[in-house]
Write a protein that binds this ligand. Structure first.
Ligand code: EPU
Length: 360
């Protein structure tokens, strides 16, 4: 087990914010993790699990022990008449995993192409794009309890997936005062995901219906695309709209799309008829947070070196990294900008936007 001190974290977060880990340990296998947990000094230390760093804002050096998940491995576990079951190590790059499934002739994940991050982080926020969420093709995952060292497996119901949400984002509920029993399951900061399995149903059907995909279909004159065509289109749509973190630091959508009651939505439409909104199956209405931010005039604005992306107001970017000699945006600048956006959207629309990334 290699324990590294004062490790720069700039290469390990997609915002490219400059910060250091006081102590970092690379976890390449479950046995690495068990060895670490058994260590008299490192075992009991507070820990921070780092995947691809694509959903975090670092606001300073990280004092907690950083566990950098580097567990690899891709394999097809089952090929049944109804589905393929595939498994990936938590440290695998998400997009490379999606590309690998297609190269094996296993379609189903193509709408989730080009999402930055690792396989292990994908269930934490139930990544989603173009009408597909991770939960739609999730089978199960393996994890290790960081307090007890116990390995365990969770199915989809146990992961309690929601929109950009799961059991891994919630703290354990406090114990019931009378019985002393926990009142709900929350695994935030408690578990390290080691492997994830996916169920890719047969026969494959493309998930269409998004305006951007329909435009690609019309351009290509294709009504029944292949999974590879869908993959290529999704990559092209994302590249046109979203900044490549390798070039401009960012953490994808910075806020969740809020949901409101039909009455709240009608009230906003009365004032802003152009608001982009989608009716959900449960009767509530989802609003496009990017539209709300854009309507408040934020596109292209900055606080220090943190800015609002010109082509998609839902994405905050680090403008400084390409400036020579600059450290780029600080986490403080990103959060000051995020709070100013929240305030102006709240003042105009009465809606409090919820940030997606974890602030460290
Ligand atoms: N819009 C504006 N101005 C903007 C940005 C958006 O008017 O500056 C409008 C667009 O014109 C469109 C609507 O808002 O009518 C929605 O925009 P878009 O299609 O870009 O999708 P989104 O709701 O902003 C969500 C996900 C993305 C995902 C896309 C496609 C969230 C928080 N974001 O974005 O996920 O790729 O849909 O499915 O749900 C991510 O989570 O990091 C992410 C990129």
């Amino acid at each position: 087990m290699l324990v590294e001190k004062n490790v720069p974290l700039q290469p390990y977060n997609t915002f490219h914010i400059v910060a250091k880990a006081h102590t970092l340990v690379r976890i390449a296998s479950t046995s690495d993790l068990l060895q670490l947990l058994a260590d008299p000094v490192l075992g009991p230390a507070p820990k921070f699990v780092l995947g691809g760093g694509s959903n975090i804002v670092l606001t300073g050096d990280v004092k907690a022990l950083v566990l950098k998940v580097e567990i690899r491995g891709l394999r097809v576990l089952e090929d049944t008449p109804h589905a393929w079951i595939v498994e990936a190590g938590a440290g695998e790059n998400w997009h490379d995993f999606v590309a690998w499934t297609l190269a094996q002739g296993l379609p189903g994940l193509e709408n989730l192409a080009l999402i930055p991050g690792t396989v292990g982080a994908a269930p934490v926020q139930n990544i989603g794009a173009y009408g597909v969420e991770l939960q739609d093709c999730f089978e199960s995952l393996d994890a290790v309890d960081l307090q007890t060292g116990q390995a365990f497996t969770l199915n989809a119901a146990q992961c309690a997936f929601g929109y950009r949400d799961s059991v891994f984002k919630h703290a354990a509920a406090p114990a019931d005062a009378a019985s002393g029993r926990p009142t709900g399951l929350g695994l935030a900061g408690r578990a390290l995901i080691t492997r994830v399995r996916f169920r890719l149903p047969k026969p494959w059907k493309p998930v269409l219906g998004y305006l951007d995909i329909e435009k690609k279909q019309a351009q290509a004159g294709v009504t029944h695309p292949t999974a590879q065509q869908m993959f290529d289109w999704i990559c092209a749509i994302r590249r046109a709209k979203l900044p490549d973190p390798a070039v401009i630091g960012n953490a994808g959508s910075f806020f969740k799309n809020p949901t409101v009651t039909p009455e709240q939505c009608a009230d906003i439409i009365a004032r802003d008829p152009k608001i982009v909104h989608y009716r959900l199956a449960d009767g509530r209405v989802k609003l496009a947070a990017g539209w709300l931010i854009d309507a408040c005039g934020w596109k292209g604005k900055s606080v220090g070196q943190a800015g609002v992306y010109e082509k998609q107001a839902l994405v905050l970017v680090n403008r400084g990294v390409s400036v020579s000699g600059s450290d780029g945006a600080t986490g403080g600048e990103v959060m000051t900008l995020a709070k100013a956006i929240q305030t102006s959207v709240y003042e105009r629309f009465g809606i409090l936007l919820e940030a997606e990334p974890v602030v460290v």
